[in-house]
Ligand binder design. Sequence first.
Ligand SMILES: [Zn+2]
Length: 302
Amino acid sequence: MEEKMMIIDPHVHMTSRTTDDYEAMAAAGVVAIIEPSFWLGQPRTQVGSFQDYFSSLVGWEPFRASQFGIKHYCTIGLNSKEANNEALAEQVLELLPLYVHKENVVAIGEIGYDDQTPAEDKYFRAQLELAKELNLPVQVHTPHRDKKAGTIKSMEVCLEHGLDPSMVVIDHNNEETVKEVLDRGFLAAFTIYPKTKMGNERMVEVVRKFGSTNIIVDSSADWGVSDPLAVPKTASLMLKRGISREDVRKTCYQNALDIFGMNGKMKESDWLNPSGINQTQLFNDNSVLRGQEPKVDTDKIV
Ligand SMILES: [Zn+2]
């Protein structure tokens, strides 16, 4: 039997997902994930809500992932939608430096444009400057409306601020935008949505046409209709449709590791030599269990 492929999902909002999702992802080969800072479906009204959210992305959520054998990393940033509340946005920007150095923070993100308003532009640029100053990769959310123009504008602004395109992942691509992104030397990520937008059948054809260099597959699963297994499912569909194992490995694992591993916090040894699941552990006195027998990989504990 062929060895099971390791998968990284570099864009998944696990805060909105269940422990069943974590179990299914681990069973499907997901070894590591990146959770971008995002909005919550309704706008936050106070800076403290951002602070607690960022704290959960560097605290509780990595613990929760560890309880199911998955390494959790995150990106920190002010999302485009909430950039439009300028009074709040100013305060959120002041918070960011408190989080960017935490041990699981691998990039600034997800930032960019939603409606392409002047406020979105202002805070996108401010955060690009922060990324440049810290030499951190950037994860860019491109708008779902007016996608192609918004994607091109996002890249032009990155270049204007002197960012190296090989440090910037442009996400939510489709067949219309991928060539522009790759031609400019940026990484092109694809969010695989069930039923709509970018589906995994289409992803297979993108890889067939453009190859695997600088292309990344993610799920962007969150509180909306989405699939936290989108990356492993796309990987197996690619293999079934004759895409080479090496191309699948690059698009569903290695390319994400190469860019998000740049600052040295995300590294293969984190999951190649796991300490094993130990559900007797607690986080601030809290467990993920509700009276179940804790799972402990005793054989792996050194
Ligand atoms: Zn997202």
